[in-house]
Design a protein around this ligand. Structure first.
Ligand SMILES: [Zn+2]
Length: 192
């Protein structure tokens, strides 16, 4: 039986789940007579779960289970009193983000970075849910890409800083490579 390499999915996000590792690569599923791959994930709510990769990739599993629980809870508690939502942390976070993405504030790098889908609070809420703790903030996996479902996680300050440092390092390495390449071309009389 063939094995498939799923390692490139590590670090990618599907729904609320960030894939952090491949646990059992291609173990045979006896009942279904096919290969089975389990991925370890961390959910926006902070829960760690192991899920079959097909469920994650197909979108059948979008969270550790918190999404369903929250949706049910929010529908119940806010039924007929939507004002309550405005006092939640997730609402304040979305409101700040939207403001910073739409106005020239000191956070210039956020201007124009809000995805279309997240201009609606309900979409933001169903994608991200409540932050796991009060210390968690909305962070981007790639700080140069927009705020959207696949690029965001609830993170601690330290994690946000680490991401930024790592990504800046990666980008400057790419730039250096390109610069060297270009210099070589110019040296040989070609210009790009
Ligand atoms: Zn969760």
């Amino acid at each position: 039986m063939k094995t498939k390499d799923y390692s490139h999915y590590i670090g990618q996000k599907f729904g609320r789940l960030l894939i952090t590792g491949i646990i059992q690569n291609s173990e045979r599923d006896k009942k279904r007579k096919r290969l089975r791959t389990i991925v370890s994930t961390i959910c926006n709510c902070g829960n760690k779960t192991n899920t079959r990769i097909e469920s994650v990739l197909s979108g059948r599993t979008k969270s550790c289970g918190c999404l369903l629980r929250e949706t049910a809870k929010i529908t119940k508690t806010t039924h007929g009193k939507s004002n309550l939502l405005r006092y939640t942390k997730v609402y304040k976070c979305w409101q700040n983000l939207k403001f910073q993405c739409e106005h020239e504030t000191k956070h210039k790098s956020k201007l124009g970075m809000l995805s279309k889908r997240w201009k609606s609070f309900n979409n933001f809420l169903s994608d991200m849910g409540q932050p796991p703790t009060n210390d968690h903030k909305l962070g981007r996996l790639d700080p140069f890409k927009p705020y959207c479902k696949t690029n965001c996680c609830w993170m601690l300050d330290k994690e946000i800083q680490e991401r930024r440092t790592n990504v800046v390092k990666e980008y400057s390495l790419l730039f250096k490579l390109f610069h060297n390449f270009r210099t070589r071309l110019i040296d040989t009389g070609r210009n790009i």
